[in-house]
Design a protein around this ligand. Structure first.
Ligand code: SF4
Ligand code: SF4
Length: 479
């Protein structure tokens, strides 16, 4: 009996040591020096435990009453801890309702003209739209004027990497040009290819959904989901103008499409790890370019099947994509205001296609984000402009959530000359998608005690305020 218990104890210690070793390898691969030191220490401790067990067995310690009791107690504690960290504890049934589970009052559709990007990019003094907007919203005028004077992100005066940032700004602008190329109506709202002579391809919703999802993943998306569109997430009025189509500015957005296919692309952890330096913005814009590329092709695919489809990407949005992504089961909204996915945390960018093609919607998910964010608060502590709330969620426009201060966040972008991304970099869900991190994310998705444990471990291994990592050689900003 004791020898079986001894073998179980040895097997458990060896498994834990192997997990420690794989975490060490992952940390070295991720170039996380501090985490690698702690992971190395953890591995040595587990290895030491294996040797200690063999030593005690060799000295017949487990044949004594104390040895037997110690062995049994150790196994009971290990088994108990394992169960405590792996059982499904701390579910959030409201998350399974998607954005409907967050509603606490009347929700008013957002006006795209009010969004900080639309005000900053689209309106300039002298335009009649400028006059019209600030007559309605005098509260923004002085603030916006001062911000325009200071300059926005993308290498404007004040960039933290100046003057060495030029190659990175060049790369960023190269990617940024792609969504603009794809922002004309015939691109985001494509017609059917003449090959089909205006005939529809009839597909069952199940078959159409499988084809649409498979195609989306095959052309570069990492995650894809489908939702029936809640009209509340469609912008009320057009606010962003890119092709001088000023007649569109302020026009009410009417969308007859019933479904949205929402997808996410992964931002490389290496570049995100350098935030807030100019190299991180390369990742953001490259993902917006991929998003535009995927959304436009997907819209054309659906149009060729004979259905109406509209691409939503950086240079053409009809809808707010984070709530659509939540409803499509891609993840939950985190404290930092971005979508948090199970596989990549907030290290994603979103795109979507709305359509009248009948599809089968996915279900929203409960991956434990709300609970984890209540404990963690790391993004809020690290945000240099204090734009992320430290308090609990609040009711904002009829939904319960953490409200990012987009004004002060955008101000900081202008100050550093990049899109910052510090909150994304420090988030414990943003680590590279290696096997140890996958395992940890699976545990925190399932279990409240794991959320506490791995939140503390993240602080120990990576620091409460982790520093940016050096950029890869090709994206350096310091030479
Ligand atoms: S991007 Fe930067 S400034 Fe904006 S919320 Fe995140 S950490 Fe704060
Ligand atoms: S850093 Fe922490 S609090 Fe912020 S979004 Fe990530 S998990 Fe949530």
């Amino acid at each position: 009996m004791i020898s079986i218990l001894f073998l179980i104890a040895v097997a458990a210690s060896i498994i834990t040591a192997i997990m420690g070793l794989s975490f060490l390898i992952s940390c070295i691969w991720e170039k996380e020096t501090r985490a690698a030191l702690y992971a190395g220490l953890q591995f040595l401790l587990m290895l030491g435990l294996v040797f200690l067990l063999f030593y005690l067995e060799a000295t017949a310690f487990f044949e004594t009453a104390t040895g037997r009791a110690g062995l049994i107690l150790g196994l009971v504690l290990t088994g108990g801890t394992f169960a405590l960290l792996t059982l499904r504890i701390g579910s959030n049934p409201q998350a399974l309702q998607g954005t409907r589970g967050l509603m606490v009052g009347n929700v008013k559709r957002y006006d795209e003209r009010d969004i900080v990007f639309a005000r900053n990019r689209t309106l300039s003094p002298g335009l009649e739209q400028y006059q019209a907007y600030y007559e309605l919203h005098p509260e923004h005028e002085q603030y916006d004027a001062a911000r325009r004077k200071r300059g926005g992100p993308l290498g404007k005066p004040g960039s933290i990497d100046k003057p060495q940032d030029r190659p990175n700004v060049a790369a960023t602008l190269a990617s940024l040009s792609i969504p603009l190329h794809l922002s004309t109506p015939e691109k985001f709202n494509p017609s059917q290819h003449p090959e089909f002579s205006q005939q529809r391809v009839e597909l069952s919703p199940a078959s159409a959904s499988a084809r649409i999802k498979g195609y989306t993943l095959s052309i570069g998306a990492k995650l894809v989901g489908i939702t029936e569109i809640n009209p509340l997430w469609i912008y009320a009025n057009r606010g962003e103008i890119f092709n001088e189509n000023w007649d569109d500015w302020g026009r009410e957005i009417e969308l007859t499409h019933k479904y949205a296919v929402v997808f996410a692309t992964e931002m490389g952890f290496e570049l995100v790890g350098t935030a807030p330096h100019s190299s991180t913005t390369i990742a953001s814009m490259a993902n917006y370019a991929s998003g535009a590329f995927i959304a436009t092709q997907l819209a054309a695919f659906i149009a060729n099947l004979g259905y109406s489809a509209t691409a939503n990407h950086l240079r053409h949005y009809d809808a707010a994509l984070v709530p659509l992504a939540v409803d499509a089961g891609l993840g939950e909204t985190g404290r930092l205001g971005y979508l948090m996915t199970k596989d990549f945390g907030p290290r994603v960018r979103l795109g979507a296609v709305t359509t009248d093609l009948a599809l089968i919607p996915d279900n929203p998910v409960d991956i434990g984000v709300e609970d984890f964010c209540k404990i963690c608060k790391k993004c809020a502590h690290c945000c240099p402009s204090n734009s992320i709330p430290l308090d609990d969620q609040e009711a904002v426009n009829g939904t319960r959530r953490w409200k990012l201060n987009a004004e002060t966040c955008f101000d900081y972008w202008g100050k550093v000359g990049t899109d910052c991304n510090i909150c994304m970099r420090v988030c414990p869900w943003s680590h590279a998608n290696t096997s140890p991190h996958k395992l940890i994310r699976t545990l925190i998705t399932r279990n409240r005690y794991s959320r506490y444990l791995f939140n503390s471990m993240d602080d120990i291994f990576y620091g409460r305020k982790p520093k940016p990592k050096p950029a890869p050689e090709w994206a350096r900003f310091d030479e």
